[in-house]
Design a protein. Structure first.
Lengths: 318, 325
């Protein structure tokens, strides 16, 4: 799995050494096991240090890490009897947003997730997680299904944003996102959103207007990508690091701003280093949220969701 | 006679601080012809040579929509000025100040109430000149206030976006204005009031992807750029040049995304007609007690048959909509 990020270079070097030593151990050298253990401790320490103080830009890179678990991984591990459902019944099937029905911890749920893909073929199939209007309209259709049968909805956000293309504009990308937000707000069933990687602007809020918004420790969520912001405000994409800081896009920033409800801790070195653990943590957090939301009836759920968004920015800010 | 005396009553005139010198000529951005500024004003800032619709500020917009240009603006709710302490090459607070000086407005939106065709209306108009009409917390809160006012006054809400989208300097809090302004629209619709959007140049990004695309009726000004993604971003992504007229109002009309493209001089009349038509609703049918046991008799009112599940069995013949005779 070793796709290392720039700032992980020293760790990568150590881990490379450890790997080499492990291969040498066959040669009967005595100190090798000890040396490996020593280096492993050092590597863990470096990793811990690096991940304890990731900058906003580094977090952006971690959030986009190709080895991070994606929506399909969460669905495969958390949802029993998952049955994918396809199409918006209007134009097409957009695989940038996957979704369907299945059983989560004993209850039937509708789950909708932005899927980036994990190799060249699947990335192309899922359009790198960038949905067209059909994707948002499929999401609306699935939410409608959930509403009709009283099923909770779980959404997984992981997208650089809505796809900027000619066809997407022709078919009303803006309207599709607006309607998707409206659909989220109208639901009379629990809606829990987990931001698992990249929360890209309008493409994210389209399915993140939820009762509870959970976010992984190293995920990011922003109105614009740091690169996009830098190229507009600094007139140079090279200021992306500065832009990332200024945008306050980390989970730690967002909880202070009252925009998210909970930070889900990641395994040491990020979700990409231990997918199973990351998926389990997210599963637990979603289950807890759904359990809390079960207390409310449909009208209350809708009202509370609305009030939650109305409250954002009204208090607690300078 | 200039534009002011044609459209704005004297008491409103006091609001217009700067009168542009009369001898000013402006070059049309579209056909490059020189236009005498008074002629341009009299023509509602539409080029008399080619019909190009120039962008107009919020105050002018309100002046040309309300009856005789008379309206009252409301004080916008207070919001945190710079929640992220944002700084790019300049401080956000500095940019705000500059915009306020330039436009003589507090924010990128004005909310006003008055009458159109004698009917009460609330209008929220954007000012593109104020940081590109970008939507931050103040704009979002203003739209919520506009919705509240519309509901209180039982008046239709008209929004006139002119915005590049969310205000980046407010980060995620500007993104949050998308659901918040959708809630504003919901409140108006739940009260049974019409919500009309007049899409003006430009309406893009987070503004188009929220309240601006949820109108009961969507009007657009000729040539206005309306869309989600910026053209440069699209070109960079697909590495193709965009077709002529892409994301223009007429393009949206052709793709079924707006109801009509309306010349600026016809806007008032069009909106008034729509509001009249929407306001003059058929009075509810007289309530007739249902016949008792013999309820499946042909006395059943057609409305109740329509509301049924659609199963034709047992429904009186005259109630089935498809009947040719
Ligand atoms: Zn012209």
């Amino acid at each position: 799995m070793h796709n290392f990020l720039d700032f992980e270079k020293p760790i990568a070097e150590l881990e490379g050494k450890i790997e080499e030593l492990r291969h040498l151990s066959d040669d009967g050298e005595i100190n090798i096991a000890e040396e490996v253990a020593r280096l492993q401790v050092k590597a863990d320490r470096l990793l811990r240090q690096a991940y304890a103080k990731l900058t906003s830009w580094q977090k952006t890179q971690v959030a986009r890490h190709p080895d991070r678990p994606h929506s399909s991984d969460y669905i495969a591990n958390l949802i029993e009897d998952f049955t994918p459902l396809a199409g918006d019944r209007l134009f097409g099937e957009d695989r940038a947003i996957i979704g369907g029905i299945g059983r989560f911890r004993g209850y039937t749920v509708v789950i909708i997730g932005q899927e980036k893909g994990s190799d060249t073929n699947s990335r192309i199939e899922h359009n790198f997680g960038m949905a067209r209007p059909e994707g948002y309209r499929k999401a609306q259709r699935l939410m409608g299904l959930a509403n009709r049968f009283g099923l909770p909805v779980v959404t997984l956000v992981d997208s650089a944003g809505a796809y900027p293309g000619i066809g997407a504009e022709e078919r009303g990308q803006a309207a599709a996102i607006a309607r998707s937000i409206e659909t989220c707000l109208g639901l009379k069933v629990p809606l829990v959103c987990a931001i698992i990687g990249e929360g890209g602007s309008g493409g994210a809020i389209a399915i993140a207007t939820a009762n509870q918004v959970l976010m992984l420790e190293h995920a990011v969520y922003s109105v614009i990508s740091p690169e996009g912001c830098a190229s507009i405000l600094w007139r140079s994409g090279e200021q992306a690091q500065q832009a990332a800081e200024a945008l306050k896009l980390t989970a730690q920033d967002l909880i202070k701003l009252g925009v998210i409800d909970e930070i889900m801790p990641e395994p040491l070195g990020g979700a990409q280093r231990d997918k199973r653990e990351a998926i389990e943590t997210v599963g637990e957090a979603i289950e807890k949220s759904l359990r809390e939301l079960r207390k409310f009836d449909g009208v209350e759920l809708r009202q509370r969701r609305r009030e939650k968004f109305l409250e954002i920015g009204r208090k607690g800010l300078a | 006679m200039n534009w002011i005396s044609n459209f704005v009553r004297p008491k409103i005139r006091a609001l217009v601080h700067k009168e542009v010198p009369d001898n000013l000529w402006r070059k049309c951005l579209s056909c490059a012809q020189m236009i005498f500024h008074r002629e341009l004003e009299a023509n509602l800032l539409v080029c008399p040579h080619c019909g190009y619709h120039l962008r107009i500020g919020a105050k002018k917009r309100l002046g040309m929509l309300f009856d005789e240009g008379v309206y009252k603006t409301i004080e916008l709710p207070e919001t945190p000025a710079d929640p992220l302490k944002f700084r790019d090459r300049k401080r956000y607070t500095e940019r705000l100040k500059e915009a306020q000086v330039k436009t003589e407005e507090k924010e990128a939106i004005l909310v006003a109430h008055g009458e159109m065709g004698g009917m009460p209306v609330v209008i929220a108009a954007f000012d593109f000149g104020f940081m590109g009409g970008s939507m931050g917390m103040a704009v979002g809160e203003a739209l919520l206030a506009a919705a509240k006012l519309a509901v209180l006054q039982k008046a239709p809400l008209i929004t006139v976006p002119a915005s590049g989208g969310a205000r980046m300097q407010e980060g995620i809090l500007s993104l949050m204005q998308m659901p918040r302004t959708v809630i504003a629209v919901e409140q108006v619709k739940e009260a049974g009031l019409p919500y009309i959007v007049l899409l003006s140049d430009p309406t893009t990004g987070g503004v188009s992807a929220s309240f601006a695309m949820l109108g009961d009726i969507a009007l657009a000004e000729p040539g206005a750029i309306i869309g989600f993604a910026g053209q440069r971003v699209i070109e960079e992504t697909i590495r193709e040049t965009l077709p002529d007229g892409f994301q223009r109002a007429e393009f949206l009309l052709d793709h079924g995304m707006v109801d009509m493209v309306v010349h600026r001089r016809d806007l008032r009349e069009t909106i008034i007609r729509l509001l009249k038509l929407l306001g003059e609703r058929t009075p509810p049918a007289e309530v007739v007690a249902l016949p008792k046991a013999e309820s499946e008799s042909a006395d059943a009112k057609p409305e109740s048959a329509d509301a049924a599940t659609g199963a034709p069995t047992g429904a009186p013949a005259e109630a089935s909509g498809g009947s040719a005779e």
